[in-house]
Design a protein around this ligand. Structure first.
Ligand code: CTP
Ligand code: MG
Length: 227
């Protein structure tokens, strides 16, 4: 089945506060978006849709073509929307008709290793409707009300969700078509539509670059192993 990968990079990067949309912030000599795309193009994609901040489509295309090498025919760039969900929707609308499996990936998870893509793709190719990478939660988690601890949470039943999140294309299309609320990730939207979601092992390097501390962490990782 033909795989389409939607890379959402249309956010503004408010919490990073680097004065540019997050995808265009440098890690080393290369941007967050470029690092994400280098790893995306290691996957067996038939189409890669980059969802760019409106007005920055040209810059996103340049980054994508650099990462694509001789697979430049796979690249599509579209402008994103005001929310992540609207940006994914824009990416879905740009998928070619023959794409059957869709992966949705945050550009901000720029250092996600190819093995995570492979695990998600394997789950969907084996017939699962949806599959997402997860990592066990390591911290002890408390329920808090204001300044009071009001209870504990059993950590063993919690996991942190990462991307890429994979779906049968028809499942994700239908879930987006019928969505009435805002969801925090695509798996929540698909689960709300009644589909089971499989968990595959995530990876510490699939962390999301959200704050300046996260960018520092990405910089030290990349210093050890550049593109
Ligand atoms: N994203 C998007 N369109 C939006 C909002 C987010 O494509 N309207 C993308 C981001 O570019 C990012 C991913 O969704 O790759 C995860 O979002 P987040 O980490 O929150 O990025 P930003 O929204 O850019 O950051 P912030 O919330 O700090 O502004
Ligand atoms: Mg955001």
């Amino acid at each position: 089945p033909r795989i389409g990968i939607i890379v959402v990079a249309a956010g503004s990067g408010t919490r990073l506060g680097a004065g540019a949309p997050k995808g265009f912030v440098g890690i080393d000599g290369h941007t967050i978006l470029r690092h994400a795309l280098e790893r995306v193009f290691d996957a067996p994609a038939a189409q890669v849709v980059v969802v760019a901040p409106p007005g920055r489509e040209g810059d996103a295309l340049s980054e994508a073509l650099e990462a694509a090498g001789d697979r430049r025919d796979l690249v599509t760039v579209v402008p994103g929307g005001a929310t992540r969900q609207a940006s994914v929707q824009a990416g879905l609308s740009a998928l070619w008709a023959d794409v059957e499996i869709v992966l949705v990936h945050d550009a901000a998870r720029a250092l996600t290793p190819p093995e995570v893509f492979a695990r998600v793709i394997e789950a969907i190719e084996s017939g699962r409707a949806a599959a997402i990478p997860v990592l066990p939660v390591v911290d002890t988690i408390k329920r808090v009300d204001g300044a009071e601890i009001v209870g504990g949470v059993d950590r063993s039943e919690l996991s942190a969700a990462q991307t890429p999140q994979g779906f049968q294309r028809e499942v994700l299309d239908a879930a987006y078509r019928d969505a009435t609320a805002d969801f925090t990730d695509d798996a929540a939207l698909v689960a709300d539509a009644g589909h089971p979601v499989a968990a595959v092992p995530g990876h510490p390097l699939a962390f999301k670059i959200t704050t300046a501390d996260d960018l520092d962490r990405a910089r030290s990782v990349v210093a050890d192993r550049p593109i």
